[in-house]
Design a protein around this ligand. Structure first.
Ligand code: MLT
Length: 383
């Protein structure tokens, strides 16, 4: 499919049910949207999944403007506007992660959650900038195929060259399909990108960080640094993978991705797969949850102001706790998932922060109660 965005043809794949939670995938350099084929396939039953070609890549036009990460973010926002997507989950790999980090810094209200894969928050060092300029010279001198041969060595783990030749060939094809003009423009844009590390503490949405264990371009240490700075984030290292971890080990990548987005969207998903009758046991839990919700909650607003702890921080904190406990349940007690889906407590984002916080707190407490009750009743099962 194509859309004209900023007077430019942008090509994208769009699958999954209307009304389902939206996930937008942003590819790395110098690849294109087809690097996400496997993830779209794995998620399209429950999610509205979109992967697009960044300008100058895949089937999107190059245009006349100089490339910058800001321009790429502007394209993303305009694509979302054109597709009438007010909010989305963003999943970016490497350059896609740079775009995602810049986008959330400037338009936090447009994103529900982030998946940052094989990426980092640091800007190019002077040496890295020189390497980019040398790469441009090499492409001019030796051609794109030679550039693809060299690049591919850094994108995949050594063992993948024996076991994963299909994906390696696919990535090579993506690189050679990218026009020279676009390679030069993008290398410039990457070298000029800003550091986003000092903005990570401002991120208040759920974040999953994934990285290939053998990634030498954006190594696990860079992922850990982001993990430390983004409060409540999750970090998972993908085994048997280097920089293109989603292509090299799609099973593990998709498993982590799915668990995360299922946890972030459990309520929305529930609306899609509406559960019917409440079981007796669940009814009890619901009553407990109801009681908690109706109980006297302290004036969180006032308390927070006194402590210098803002409502936004409190909301992010509770969301992160809810996400953690939901992931624990889905991961270790999947038999309880159905009760989460049936819980009556919705978490509306009220205009009144006090009510939003009270709802979140009640919801968190009811999840806790359910888990503890279950563990008490099934003492043989230990975390
Ligand atoms: C990518 O995969 O997008 C690139 O490795 C990013 C970069 O060169 O900084």
């Amino acid at each position: 499919m194509n859309k004209t965005v900023n007077n430019l043809k942008i090509s994208y794949n769009d699958e999954g049910p209307d009304g389902a939670p939206v996930i937008i995938f942003i590819h790395g350099f110098p690849l294109n949207k087809s690097m996400w084929n496997n993830q779209l396939e794995a998620l399209k039953a429950n999610y509205h999944v979109i992967a697009y070609d960044i300008r100058g890549h895949g089937n999107s036009d190059v245009g006349d403007e100089d490339f910058t990460i800001d321009l790429f973010v502007n394209d993303l926002l305009n694509l979302m506007n054109d597709l009438k997507i007010e909010k989305t989950i963003l999943c970016g790999l490497s350059m896609g992660g740079y775009i995602a980090l810049n986008a959330i810094e400037n338009f936090p209200e447009r994103f529900d959650a982030l998946i940052l894969s094989d990426t980092h928050c640091i800007a190019d060092s002077p040496e890295a900038k020189v390497k980019r300029m040398k790469a441009i010279e090499n492409i001019k001198k030796n051609g794109v195929e030679k550039y693809a041969d060299e690049s591919i060595k850094n994108l995949f783990a050594p063992e993948s060259f024996k076991s994963n030749t299909g994906e390696i060939d696919a990535a090579w094809e993506m690189i050679v399909k990218t026009s020279r003009q676009s390679l030069y423009n993008t290398l410039h844009a990457l070298s000029e990108r800003k550091d986003t590390c000092n903005k990570l503490t401002d991120i208040k949405v759920p974040v999953l960080i994934l990285v290939g264990s053998e990634d030498i371009i954006t190594p696990p240490a860079s992922a850990s640094l982001m993990h430390e700075k983004i409060k409540g984030s999750f970090l998972h290292i993908i085994g048997h993978a280097s920089h293109l971890s989603n292509m090299e080990n799609p099973a593990e990548f998709n498993d982590q991705l799915k668990k995360f987005v299922d946890s972030v969207c459990y309520k929305q998903l529930n609306n899609i797969h509406k559960m019917k009758n409440l079981s007796k046991e669940n009814l009890n839990l619901n009553q407990e949850a109801d009681k908690l919700q109706k109980g006297n909650h302290p004036d969180l607003n006032g308390q927070n102001q006194e402590n210098g702890y803002s409502d936004i921080d409190a909301e992010a904190d509770l969301n992160s706790k809810i996400l953690k406990i939901t992931m624990t349940i889905m991961d270790q007690y999947p038999e309880l998932s159905k009760y989460i889906e049936e819980m009556p407590v919705t978490i509306p984002k009220e205009n009144n922060p006090e009510i939003t916080l009270a709802n979140l707190k009640a919801y968190f407490e009811s999840l806790n109660l359910m888990l503890n009750k279950y563990k008490t009743e099934h003492p043989s099962i230990e975390i």
